[in-house]
Design a protein around this ligand. Sequence first.
Ligand code: ANZ
Ligand code: ZN
Length: 877
Amino acid sequence: MSTERYNAREAEPRWQKIWDERGIYRTRNDDPRPKYYVLEMFPYPSGRIHIGHGRNYVMGDVVARFKRMKGFNVLHPMGWDAFGLPAENAAIERKTHPGKWTYENIATMREQLKLLGLSLDWSREIATCDVSYYGEQQRIFLDFLKGGFAYRRESEVNWDPVDNTVLANEQVIDGRGWRSGALVERRKLAQWFFRISDASEELLAGLDTLERWPDKVRLMQRNWIGRSEGLHVRFVLADAPAGVAENLPAAIKVYTTRPDTLFGAAFLALSPGHPLTEKLAAANPALASFVEECRRGGTSTAEIETQEKMGFDTGLKVRHPLGGPDLPVYVANFVLMDYGTGAIFGCPAHDQRDHDFARKYALPITPVVLPPDVDPASFSVAEAPYEGEGTLFNSGFLDGLTVPAAKEKVALRLENEILGNAPVGERAVNYRLRDWGISRQRYWGCPIPIIHCDSCGPVPVPEDQLPVQLPEDVTFDQPGNPLDRHPSWKHVNCPQCGAPARRETDTMDTFVDSSWYFARFAAEPGTAPLQKGAADHWLPVDQYIGGIEHAILHLLYSRFFIRTLKKLGRVSVAEPFAGLFTQGMIVHETYKDAEGRWLFPEEVERDGEGRPVKVGTGEPVTIGAPEKMSKSKKNVVPPEIVADTYGVDCARWFMLADTPPERDSEWTSAGIEGAWRFVQRLWRLVGDTVALAPEEVTRPADFGAESIALRRASHRLAAQVAEDIERLRFNVAVARVHAFANVFAESLTGARTGAAAGPVAPDLAFALREAATFLTAVVAPMVPHLAEECRLVLAGSGLMAEAGWPQVEDELLVDDTVTLPIQINGKRRGEIVVPKAASPAEVEKAVLALDLIAQALDGRAPKRIIVVPQRIVNVVA
Ligand code: ANZ
Ligand code: ZN
């Protein structure tokens, strides 16, 4: 028996070096094997990684290694989502350059990822801030522009009036600028957009083809796109009171999904940005200042929706389209300009916002939908609106109809009513999805390749002047965009007329950078970043793995991007990710010292009585509940510490073992120690095998019962773990390995006992070596370093990293035993496992030998035993 411990600290770097030197994980596009592309969402280079970041990379790595063993040409690349605000903040705080900070972080994190033993093709590494990458992105932008998928329009931004700068949504905290603390205002600015809303329907339909995506994510995307079917209704203006404004339109068009509630309408409301509002405000200073007030506060939808409802009565009235009383027209802060028509009718009895509004402005609340089985006399909506299904009442020709039937009837009636030369009602489909504003007033991003000329307008940067590179010499000592105040960068001549002109100083949203990086990985290193042949070969990504926080925007933008590239003829695929998996997080306890300061786990130990204390000082420490690992709470574990103490294979094993991969998993020292013990056990099982059966054994013609039993277990292990990994059920795979280890250990003990009398029989030696080989192969994707070491002991040469998955013999998978229930005098008393081929006489003999029979019969012989083959055994006492 081998007593030597497995020394991960020595073995792991040694194997990593060998893999590296042999270039084992380099992928070639011309490899003839079938392709498999596995990708984890690439990281933002924020500084250092902790073990909590590692889980999705390890999961992806298991899949990559497994698919290689299964004979696929696997692409498993890594890169960096490297542009973004944190680098600028770091530049401000540390007086460094964002690029320097970013590339330094990348260097650190690359080494940390390498430590995890990931089978990545590092030759394809990219950072989105590499000029070669963002230069191609500028070409894509210009293609989008030419194809009509990009355009410029005025749109609102968050404006910090003290710092005189545009703020990103995440820089607005409780309505105030993050640095100045000033109340944020909304300002209009000309910005660039991608026309994603035109793709709403196809993005929705495409979801149905993504069968290997979690339902949850598909639902989130569906809701985000937010398709709704409703009616446009024109409300005719009554005669305006004197002095309101001149040249008013004849009617106001609203969008409603509840035309059935028209008889409950109490008011009309216009968005503060509605053209009619603007017209009215021009003649009404009080309204103008109300609109001004609405502009305060951030631009995010969440912010607009949570604000208190505010309205301004314009004095205008409209006619009710179905003959009800005239309705007042308000301007209201909760009506969005860029949804529907920017105008609504309000029905306070059946909508929460309208209810809030009606209570505030003392408008009538008339119910028109009666819930099922409710007496109209006792039904009240004074306190809360009723938003459910029911039967129409108080509604003239609609009375007695269900909500859907009433919707249909109103639609039919209004569609056929012509006013001027258009119908009063028109069916309409709306989507919540807005066009994607990509302009950011920041330095650290991909410059938008446009030149603004006073006479020619916005002009694309000509092909031969691309890429537009970011200038290096910038300062961050004052607020605002450094590109804007750079002395020379933006001053260029117009490519069309040659007159002095200005570069666009906005850069692109970093979501653009992450919308096509997976296509960049497809191209061989050193070649053009976006190549049709390469992208078509590798895309879609077969398995994409990442956090649920990216369920909506990143995935939706990437889907739009690839669809658009397809329309432009640059790729042939429509959907970028065929399979998606969202992994759970790693959580860890938090620690605080007596003063309430966070402590790192390595600063905490247990004293003699098991109480947590601070290392060195012995001060008491309070332990908090497990939370997502985060730098700010210090509940992080650096990979280096794990590698040095236990080896990264232990960390990998633990991350896969503990919980289903989609759920959060708690990192504990007990857990990682358990993983360590199991790694040692695997090593011993292999060592023990070699001690008993040191030589390669040729396959004997016949196998004894013990050998067959072990072989069955080995082959079942290989078959089942393969399926588990295919389905990403890593924890189940680990559980199977544990169970197998027990079976294997028993066989080894049996063989050792037998071996006292002489050498192990060749059939058993073969089965033992096969078991060890299978076990090594099956754990190889999860603990790749240990597997190499085991293989070396078993086979003497070759690399596990280049080995195939074990050949499973199907006949060893069929179960050849059957479990029969045993009844004594008609009552079920137990069961027995017998070979399927056993004769009734053999079954009877086996049953009689059972303790439970002897006990039940008190030593007497049974009157009769009836064996129904494959079904049941009946004993008559
Ligand atoms: C009258 C009504 C009565 C409504 C009722 C709802 C309930 P979805 O399903 O998301 O499409 N709406 C329309 N345009 C709006 C805008 N620009 N800003 C804010 N709200 C707007 O929502 C459609 C409903 O949201 C519409 O149906 C409209 O209010 C409102 F008992 O019309 B409803
Ligand atoms: Zn010009």
